[in-house]
Design a protein around this ligand. Structure first.
Ligand SMILES: Cc1ncc(C[n+]2csc(CCOP(=O)(O)OP(=O)(O)O)c2C)c(N)n1
Ligand SMILES: [Mg+2]
Length: 283
């Protein structure tokens, strides 16, 4: 189970996920840092509130499966896996190094808790449909949590799989989309307009929620609704997030798809994060 004895608040767990991501980023001096900071609240709600798993038994057959379709978010995912107790904290020191189990893009065969090798965008949902069908055939009452980025909405395979999920009434499939309105070539809406997004997914036969992905209470409520719904529909939670959330000078960084951060800035970023968390905790 998802560490029921852990008494830390979800806000603290999201803060710790952001912290781990910055610590790993500092080791390489660069990375997909803005995404990790922006998506940390969704990951905290998924791993520390919603999903069912056994941290010390990552292959438990009844576990909920988290698919990181956007494999370049691996740094964010590793941070969540550490906070969830699936990976030891000490392992973050090896991030991106030769022979590490934490390569810069997610690899299923390397890392406990990494269900698929994502990164070729648009593959997570098709794979998720297959896994959700397989779980249902086997009578395993687990959910598939398929995580996608807004850039993946440009992929035709995503929409084929969306149709298929609705056709097969995959009510054990929960999708999250990180809508940070950013991708490698610029703002997502300018690369390829995707709105009105909720209407599109509804038209494809999904149960749709759109939330502020940096509002923990809203994200938690959306996960609860998605799990408890009795309608035989696949579920999607569209999460609007802010890249770099929690570290203002990274929130405002230009071209923040992949950033290099100067050595002193890592410690500044950690200090800002620590200060704002402790101020919030004291309030
Ligand atoms: C099929 C495929 N096409 C292109 C790429 C190259 N690529 C890597 S990340 C990325 C941007 C995708 O958008 P998004 O994940 O929303 O970007 P972010 O929010 O991380 O900036 C692209 C096009 C890829 N990984 N896979
Ligand atoms: Mg994006």
């Amino acid at each position: 189970m998802n560490t029921p004895t852990n008494t830390r608040s979800l806000a603290e767990r999201a803060y710790r996920i952001r912290r781990y991501a910055l610590q790993m980023g500092e080791i390489q001096g660069q990375g997909y840092i803005g995404q990790a900071l922006g998506y940390a609240d969704v990951l905290a709600a998924a791993y520390c509130h919603s999903m069912q798993f056994r941290p010390k038994e990552p292959e438990w057959d009844q576990r909920d499966r988290f698919l990181l379709s956007h494999g370049h978010y691996a740094i964010a995912h590793y941070a969540a896996l550490i906070e969830a107790g699936i990976i030891e904290e000490a392992e973050l020191e090896s991030y991106g190094c030769d022979d590490s189990r934490l390569p810069m893009s997610g690899m299923a065969t390397y890392t406990p808790g990494m269900e698929i090798s994502g990164g070729s965008l648009g593959q997570g949902l098709p794979i998720g449909v297959g896994i959700a069908l397989g779980l249902r055939h086997q009578g395993i009452p687990a959910f598939v949590y398929n995580s996608m980025s807004d850039g993946e909405l440009d992929e035709g395979s995503t929409w084929e799989a969306a149709m298929s999920a609705a056709h097969h009434q995959l009510s054990n499939l929960i999708c999250m989309v990180d809508i940070n309105n950013q991708q490698a070539d610029g703002p997502s809406g300018k690369v390829l307009g995707f709105e009105p997004l909720a209407d599109k997914w509804e038209a494809f036969g999904w149960h749709v929620q759109r939330v502020n992905g940096n509002d923990l209470a809203a994200v938690v409520a959306a996960f609860d609704t998605a799990r408890n719904l009795t309608d035989p529909l696949p579920r999607i939670i569209l999460c609007d997030t802010l890249m770099g959330k929690g570290v203002p000078f990274l929130e405002q960084r230009d071209k923040n798809h992949f950033i290099r951060v100067d050595p002193p800035e890592w410690q500044q970023a950690l200090a800002i994060l620590d200060e704002s968390f402790h101020q919030g905790a004291a309030a």
